[in-house]
Design a protein. Structure first.
Length: 456
């Protein structure tokens, strides 16, 4: 029997109190993966997540990795049936920003529909929404094995995820994977990415003396490592346009196809809304098509911070002895972090051989599906849950676990995000809301129903 939308809506409404209680219990565990003092909270979050799955009637267990554990479970019916894996993460960003209007690790409500707290939208709310969608599919008799795979190190680049997958690979085999850790363009218009940018982080450091010196005594003769690094960075990329000047940098980048460009234009992207959502009064370009291409489909180079010298109030007139630039590149599909680092290192060595280049972390890009039965299942699911066909775009952010799952598990990966730009990924006053959760439960149940119909 085909899942009826009225049935899905009744299920969501009947499940609301239970869902909200589960979300509150997870949000109030400060599972900050970047802070070693929160290691115990990662363990607590894993234990609570396993309890929630059990309360839903699913199987659940905690699998060890060299770092934080994996939570694995789900509704597993028959090894003869196809299996779809739900991936999400339960670790969160730190929450020390002074702009918070409530305690970040206390679940609070604004009105009836808004759930506020760190992790509500990134990614505990969407993770639980998808799990409730799995429960609805199970209750409706969808003939599909639905596995849940939740990790607790995504916010630090998933450093132990590959080792965990490889250790438990036999138990984690799957026919397909769906990820709900992406963001729509705007409320009321679903969007699903057919690609993720990767990220290669690195530092440039230079030492020119034993210690800082008085600029009145040596200024003009002494080398200034900050000045030299700034000049080097300007040779690497144009700070105004963003154009990278390193030879060969763009050679491997997957170009935007005419079909993708048309899909971008039809996506419902609105420049004014983009500016409001991200609090940006000015951009490098105000051509909407160019903005979409730059954010979703073009590689970048950025400076994120400076280290060294004096950073206190006023000015200290000293020539610093050492300086460091913290930088990264966003990579598009077909680009590889190792190749990008080789290009950067060769460029720096040829122009400033004393500068030390260090790779600081790598998340590879990923190219997803734009057509075929799995992609059609995503589009049908959004239509069912939200009454609107999704736009196929690309995602400007990186999810390190995605290319890892593609390599280790060898399964196609689809994206069904539920978060909105105003929800505030990584920002103070992060929130999630019931309309996205209720519609998401219905959408995921429909997705599972459609996937169950795909020949194995």
């Amino acid at each position: 029997m085909t899942l009826d939308r009225a049935v899905a809506q009744r299920f969501a409404q009947a499940s609301r109190a239970e869902f909200e209680g589960a979300l509150a219990s997870l949000v109030e565990i400060p599972s900050v993966s970047a802070a070693p003092e929160h290691r115990g909270d990662l363990e607590r979050a894993a234990a609570r997540a396993a309890e929630i799955l059990t309360e839903l009637g699913a199987h659940a267990e905690i699998l060890e990795t060299p770092g934080a554990p994996l939570v694995v479970g789900g509704f597993l019916l028959d090894p003869g049936l196809p299996t779809v894996t739900l991936y999400n993460h339960l670790d969160v960003q730190p929450a020390g920003e002074p702009e918070w209007k409530s305690e970040p690790f206390r679940f609070t409500r604004d009105g009836q529909d808004i759930y506020r707290g760190r992790g509500t939208t990134d990614d505990k709310g969407p993770a639980l929404t998808a799990a409730w969608g799995a429960k609805l599919a199970r209750e409706h008799g969808v003939p599909l094995n639905i596995r849940v795979l939740w990790e607790l190190e995504e916010e630090i680049g998933s450093p132990n995820f590959r080792a965990g997958l490889e250790r438990h690979q036999a138990a984690l085999q799957t026919d397909s994977i769906v990820v709900s850790d992406t963001v729509w363009l705007t409320r009321g218009k679903p969007s699903t990415p057919a690609g993720l940018r990767g990220m290669q982080s690195f530092t440039l450091s230079l030492v020119t003396g034993a210690h800082d010196l008085h600029s009145g005594l040596v200024g003009g003769a002494a080398r200034n490592p900050f000045s030299e690094l700034v000049c080097l960075a300007a040779e690497m990329f144009d700070g105004r346009s963003g154009q990278v000047k390193i030879p060969g940098f763009y050679d491997d980048a997957l170009p935007l196809s005419a079909a993708e460009a048309a899909s971008f234009r039809a996506s419902g992207f609105q420049l004014d809304q983009f500016l409001r959502d991200h609090h940006q009064p000015l951009l490098r370009t105000h051509d909407p098509a160019e903005v979409m291409a730059r954010v979703w489909a073009q590689p970048t180079m950025e400076i994120h911070g400076f280290a060294g010298g004096y950073s206190g109030p006023g000015v200290k007139s000293a020539v610093p002895a050492r300086a460091e630039l913290k930088m990264s590149c966003r990579m598009v599909p077909n680009m590889r972090g190792e190749r990008v680092m080789e290009q950067i290192q060769a460029f720096v060595a040829a122009r400033a051989p004393e500068v030390v280049v260090r790779s600081e972390g790598r998340l590879e890009a990923y190219r997803g599906l734009t057509d075929g039965p799995y992609a059609e299942a995503v589009l049908a699911a959004y239509q069912f849950g939200f009454g609107e066909r999704a736009a196929i775009v690309r995602e400007g952010v990186s999810i390190g676990a995605v290319p890892t799952m593609a390599e280790v598990l060898g399964a196609p990966i689809l994206f069904m995000g539920l978060s909105l730009p105003e929800h505030g990924y990584h920002a103070p006053n992060e929130f999630y809301d019931w309309p996205q959760a209720g519609g998401g439960m219905a959408a995921f149940a429909k997705y599972f129903e459609r996937v169950a119909q795909i020949p194995r």
